[in-house]
Design a binder for this molecule. Sequence first.
Ligand SMILES: [Zn+2]
Length: 407
Amino acid sequence: MGDRFFPNEFPDFVAETEEITQTATATDPLLKLLSLPYHKTAESFLRRAIDLKDKIVKETWLRTGGRVKDFTLYTGSLGTAYLLFKAYQVTNNKSDLNLCIEIVRACEHASRDSGHVTFICGRAGVCALGAVAAKQAGDQPLLNQYLSQFKKIQLPEGIPNELLYGRSGYLWACFLLNRYIGERTIPSSQTGVITKRIIKDGIQLSDGRCPLMYEWHGKKYWGAAHGLAGIMHVLMEMELKPDEQELVKGTLRYMIHNRFPSGNYRSSEDSEADRLVHWCHGAPGIALTLAKAAKVFQDEELLKAAGDAQEVVWNRGLLKRVGICHGVSGNAYVFLSLYQLTDNIEFLYRAKAFACFLLDRADNLTREGKMHGGDRPYSLFEGSGGMASLFFDMINPNEARFPGYEL
Ligand SMILES: [Zn+2]
């Protein structure tokens, strides 16, 4: 277990101070970064975010001559476009927005024959981000074009229900459009039909212990990427009827009551290996879903469980990878989410600690082979794209959102 993550040797809390030359902290650059006033650390985050963004554009777009091999948000070009959009939101640099639009256009072309329909791995992500960026640029014809392409996406009958390739991943894109383009861009009559189908499938596969259950490739996953946490996260975006709310709450309670003694969550129903502390599998993705549930249902048990899952991430989440799917960057979003929910400054400190660790050490550790930069090293979910996303989100921590998960 110990080789998956670095031991967390951060103090429980370091108060910020204007005095940056304290002898106690001056020798360790990481502790020094942590003790700086937030606005000063944020300057470092912003500088590194912009540098990383430029490097990622160079490697994934300029160097390939604008050719798109993998269009997805997860490991492909749409991830670069997403990062540019986030950069634009923080810096207001119009050229980032323009390049975002250019890359989405190439992704649109590359995804025309794709059978995948979700935000993170499919065509809905391309059309939805294209529409949101077009709206931001004030380009109504382009916005209409993406919306009409989005509405042509058909969900195959045999599609799963999970987030990366299934119905909930398509629904997430619908909710993004409704949030950024206008409330009824995708009417609730349409999203409602899909929601009902997800709930019906979940009841059908339930064995009575957990009210909703799903399978992906024959396994009953629990995590955000392929399992219960991701599906529940999306269902909570809908206005659920009281009985549907009870199904979602009951499913989350089942997971809480059957978590590992360590507080971590199993990756699937029959897994006994308490190893993964990832967004995709394990406590981090589930913590984000529990935080959302605590807010939506105003429920103390769910809030307590979100805090407990967050504690696992603090102790075992300093992973030897940089990305957001199964890396330090993704795990830092757990603390940001809890901070937004509770206003407790100690959660912001924890996010800052993980982000400072990346800022100060990730490059060297990766160079020395002690940390993995990702199979697709510039991608949003596995590579430095996720780290850049986190650094941009650290500028306005109240506005931070885990890409493709938190709306
Ligand atoms: Zn992962």
